[in-house]
Design a protein around this ligand. Structure first.
Ligand code: ZN
Length: 339
């Protein structure tokens, strides 16, 4: 019923084109290029096949606005302007903004090709789910001055690399990014488990410590620690008088916490990060009297491109392609406009 109503509206042409692309052209293009591994259920690319034709789904995307649940059909590159405006500070270097735009473009295409997270849209505007998006009005309200100049800077960044995406074996990568790596990025298996991604490796970046996102502290009383643990584990208990009531058991390849013992529970660093609301799983702690203080390095999951690291590399004279090659290994940058 909804579809019929919409088709009769003045958006009918756009919608109809989108439907044709979504249900006929794109599936036809992709079924020939991907194979599904029966054992792992993972989609693999058939290397013998010609490269994927991205042009069919490049021009427009369906964006879900999570606040009012409305789906808007938007121009792909223009959508990215709003994403970069939401994801990265505008005072960052032009090449860092371009790297962010390329990564956001890649992330979007990856979602579209792998079914995405939403039935009704290609992607949503929520950073916790897909990637952040901000309206021009909201962005202008938040910027104190030179709003148009700032917006134009972001548009320039997006359009000067329009169509560029990051690929591995000819396929868009799952282009994870985060705020600050704390000096070293993480591999995905230590954050989400599952199979490894060859292009996401442990990468060191100098200069991350120059940003406010690099270091943070969170302090709790011992009773607050107990309360938070009990909210997650009903049978939690801890003897603060024991020799090591809290003990780090194992580190990941990037020196983040892999496993930590808190009282009678062994939990992952990622879990501890969530429970104690830490900015990353790269932390140490100190205990003084009845206070536990977490000292945290970096901001975010630490996988893929670091935004502050990108800015540092740009300041060192690296262009956006070099920045991308720093954070993603053995990848190529391909342009989907040319295809
Ligand atoms: Zn989403």
């Amino acid at each position: 019923m909804k579809i019929i109503e919409k088709i009769t509206s003045h958006y009918s042409t756009i919608l109809f084109t989108t439907i044709i692309l979504s249900f006929i052209v794109i599936p036809l293009a992709f079924t020939q290029k991907f194979i599904i591994d029966e054992d792992t259920q993972k989609i693999q690319i058939e290397l013998e096949e010609p490269e994927i034709d991205f042009s069919a789904n490049y021009k427009n995307i369906n964006l879900l606005h999570t606040a009012d649940k409305k789906v808007e059909n938007v121009d792909f590159e223009e959508y990215l302007v709003h994403v970069v405006a939401a994801e990265m500070p505008v005072n960052y270097e032009m090449e860092a903004l371009k790297a962010q735009a390329t990564v956001a473009r890649t992330y979007t295409l990856y979602q579209m090709q792998n079914g995405g997270k939403h039935k009704e849209a290609d992607i949503c505007d929520n950073s916790q789910c897909c990637q952040a998006w901000i309206s021009k009005e909201k962005r202008f309200e938040k910027w104190e001055d030179n709003q148009q100049e700032k917006w134009d800077k972001i548009r320039k960044a997006v359009y000067s690399c329009a169509g560029d995406i990051v690929t591995y074996n000819g396929k868009p990568i799952d282009a994870f990014f985060h705020s600050n790596s704390g000096g070293t990025t993480e591999i995905p298996v230590n954050v989400w488990g599952g199979s490894n991604f060859p292009y996401l490796q442990v990468v060191e970046t100098s200069g991350e410590d120059e940003y406010s996102q690099y270091y943070s502290e969170v302090e709790y009383t011992t009773s607050e620690i107990e309360k938070k643990m009990k909210e997650n584990y009903k049978d939690f208990s801890i003897d603060w008088k024991s020799k090591e009531p809290i003990k780090i058991l194992e580190y990941t390849e990037s020196n983040r916490i892999k496993k930590i013992k808190i009282g009678n529970k062994n939990i992952s660093g990622v879990e501890a990060r969530k429970i104690f609301e830490l900015k990353s799983a790269n932390f140490t702690y100190t205990k003084k009297d009845n206070k536990i203080k977490f000292q945290v390095k970096g901001y975010g999951h630490g996988v893929g491109l670091s935004q502050t690291g990108s800015n540092t590399l740009a300041k060192q004279g690296k262009d956006y392609k070099e920045i991308i090659h720093h954070f993603y290994k053995d990848v190529e940058i391909q342009n989907i406009k040319d295809k």
